[in-house]
Write a protein that binds this ligand. Structure first.
Ligand code: GTP
Length: 344
């Protein structure tokens, strides 16, 4: 089965992290985020992933290349963003049979195999994966009839409108039959959720919900950190990172819940405390303490720093005696002067 993966978004909510890299290649425990998605798809029999790309496509291809563990990766490019609807239409030539379509920024273990069975049993033209959540008012909510067919879509509804503690949100996982593409316009910018799905209601359009699964939309730095922490705390079943060789000077310590990348140097008496991910080829100075931080590759941190709850993008330099105790995201190539302070 083929999967069409929408990866054309600029990831504005993820800035500054997404300023110089598209979301799918953002490192999670030093591995591109897309690899976690491809592992999941592979488990459900996907043998070709079609990336519909627009934002920084050359960086995407450079990292993901043309295959992943035997799964073929094909790229389609848009000159200007076509929205989720126009982007799916662009992949039409690859969608000859039932095709999985996903948003390229969701991490989940949604059971596509079971969804596929349901899709076939119902002779569905399009099936939307649904995930029941309590905090639904920030999402697109989908109402179903008793037979699983879709009744209506509600964008960011209030609690009064829904009236229940939990509601099914659109999980960003779809199964589409090729015929659905025929009602979609070519070359225009539109949203599949807002402009196409409402038109399909009542025409063999179903929702398939799954509870007790992992589901996270990696749209913001906070959720990126949550995913990273979930892997470190073993609340997400897949670890793709292998133990790498790094160097430690006398007295340097790394707590078990942290990960240090290849070629990184830890200075004398430095402490990589709880829940950190340190990238490859970083340098951590003498007596520096890190807690709950994510450092991408090639980050240099000086001596005597205390950094907590920070995400520091690649090639940044933090000079000596800097203290950051507040949630902070530093963009690529940041330079922070010595004795700078943020937080308490
Ligand atoms: P924000 O700018 O922070 O909202 O992020 P985003 O650009 O990723 O948008 P959003 O989270 O709504 O997108 C959901 C998924 O659809 C992401 O995987 C995007 O890459 C993808 N996507 C959104 N718009 C487009 C588009 O115009 N073309 C393509 N190919 N994919 C898109």
């Amino acid at each position: 089965m083929k999967a069409v993966i929408l990866v054309g978004g600029e990831g504005t909510r993820l800035r500054p992290i997404s300023l110089m890299m598209p979301k799918p290649v953002v490192p999670i425990l030093n591995v591109p985020l897309m690899f976690y998605i491809l592992e999941w798809l592979k488990k459900h029999g996907v043998d070709e992933a079609i990336m519909v790309a627009c934002y920084l496509p050359e960086k995407l291809k450079k990292v993901l290349k043309n295959s992943y563990k035997g799964m073929k990766i094909t790229y389609i490019y848009e000159d200007t963003p076509l929205g989720t609807g126009g982007a799916i239409k662009r992949a039409q030539q690859y969608m000859k049979g039932t095709t999985v379509v996903i948003n390229g920024d969701i991490i989940t273990d949604f059971n596509i195999t079971r969804m596929f069975k349901f899709h076939k049993e119902k002779k569905s033209r399009a099936t939307v994966g649904l995930y029941p959540v309590g905090n639904y008012s920030a999402f697109g909510v989908v109402d179903k009839n008793a037979d699983g067919s879709i009744k209506r879509f509600l964008e960011k509804p209030s609690r009064e409108e829904i009236g229940t503690a939990k509601a099914n949100i659109n999980a960003g996982v779809y199964l589409l039959e090729p015929e659905v593409l025929n009602i979609m316009d070519k070359g225009l910018r539109y949203s599949v959720e807002r402009d196409v799905f409402p038109k399909l209601v009542g025409t063999g359009f179903f929702g398939f919900d799954q509870e007790d699964i992992y589901w996270l939309d990696l749209g913001t730095p906070e959720r990126l950190r949550k995913f990273s922490t979930d892997i470190l705390e073993k609340n997400y079943p897949l670890i793709l990172t292998k133990k790498e060789k790094y160097s430690k000077e006398k007295g340097a310590k790394v707590l078990k819940s942290s990960l240090v990348g290849k070629g990184t140097k830890l200075g004398k008496n430095s402490l990589v405390g709880m829940l950190n991910v340190i990238g490859n080829n970083c340098e951590i100075g003498e007596n520096t303490v890190l807690e709950n931080c994510i450092l991408f590759d090639n980050v240099k941190v000086g001596k005597g720093c205390v950094l907590k709850n920070s995400i520091i993008c690649s090639a940044s330099e933090i000079m000596d005696n800097v203290q950051i105790s507040k949630t902070t995201v530093l963009g690529p190539g940041s330079i922070i002067a010595q004795y700078s302070k943020a937080g308490d």
